[in-house]
Design a protein around this ligand. Structure first.
Ligand code: NAP
Length: 249
């Protein structure tokens, strides 16, 4: 698999799925900006692993929910590592609860980080990509953006929003040779899912046709494919990487 040329920015790459995406894109030769919100040491560890394996990477702290920080993230990445080829919008948070008990603050924070963050980073990244007439944007949605999930109205709305945003931007920039796709993970073993009660995890696992939880590398390989030359004719799509779980929902 051959990635398109240019620097890759991966948001929320200090751990979990974003970390695996950063390692995979670096393994395939991209210089990688490892974005994080607060966990500096974790982001540094990802950068050090990439450098130890012979790649190029730098950590960049930025809260993607803030437009000015998203802009700084992209401009710093371009300045330090070269023109942007690939943007992976992966940063996300969850604040679960039933709608009737959900605090407005939990609604707003999840929409800001998960959905508005994708808008801010996309807008910042497109400037350079439009000039170069080349680029790949991969947004990390979730199968709950397609199926809904009790207790996750804020998160599912943000992820459904990402899917609408992905398809709209794909139409806007297709003529400039920029593709925009979404990957929708199912249940992946990370810190985000660790905090769920054991019985919820077991119930998910029993419903997954491939009979195992996903691992971050499962998502990273799909993202790398969408960022590769081989995926040049794919845009506006949602690729579910979920062991078949969404077929059961
Ligand atoms: P995670 O382990 O909780 O990691 C979240 C990452 O996002 C961290 O690197 C965190 O940085 C960063 N982040 C959070 N808010 C941010 C902000 N405002 N600005 C910049 N970075 C921010 O999550 P994960 O499970 O790997 O999930 C990654 C993505 O996949 C998310 O979009 C999530 O919704 C999606 N997803 C996950 C699953 C799953 O089963 N795990 C399923 C479907 C979709 P710090 O380390 O600095 O806090």
């Amino acid at each position: 698999m051959v990635l398109i040329p240019g620097t890759a920015v991966v948001t929320g790459a200090s751990r979990g799925i974003g970390r695996a995406i950063a390692l995979e894109l670096a393994r395939l030769g991209a210089p990688v900006a490892v974005n994080y919100a607060g966990r500096r040491e974790a982001a540094k560890e990802v950068v050090e692993s990439i450098i130890a394996a012979g790649g190029r990477a730098i950590p960049i702290q930025a809260n993607v929910a803030e437009p000015a920080e998203a802009e700084r993230l992209v401009s710093e990445a371009e300045h330090e590592l070269g023109p942007l080829g690939i943007l992976v919008n992966n940063a996300g948070i969850s604040r679960d609860g039933l709608v009737l008990r959900m605090k407005t603050e939990d609604w707003e924070q999840v929409i800001a980080a998960n959905l508005s963050g994708v808008f801010h980073c996309t807008k910042a990244a497109l400037k350079g990509m439009l000039k170069q007439r080349q680029g790949r944007i991969v947004n990390i949605a979730s199968i709950v953006g397609l199926t809904g999930n009790a207790g996750q109205a804020n998160y599912a709305a943000a992820k459904a929003g990402i899917i609408g945003l992905t398809k709209s931007v794909a139409k806007e920039v297709a003529a400039r040779n920029i593709t925009v796709n979404a990957v929708a993970p199912g249940f992946i073993a990370t810190e985000m899912t660790e905090k769920l009660p054991a019985q919820v995890r077991e119930s998910y696992q029993s419903r997954i046709p491939l009979e195992r939880l996903g691992v971050p590398a499962d998502i990273a390989r799909a993202v790398a494919f969408l960022a590769s030359e081989e995926a040049a004719y794919i845009t506006g799509q949602v690729l579910c990487v979920d062991g078949g779980l969404s077929m059961e929902a």
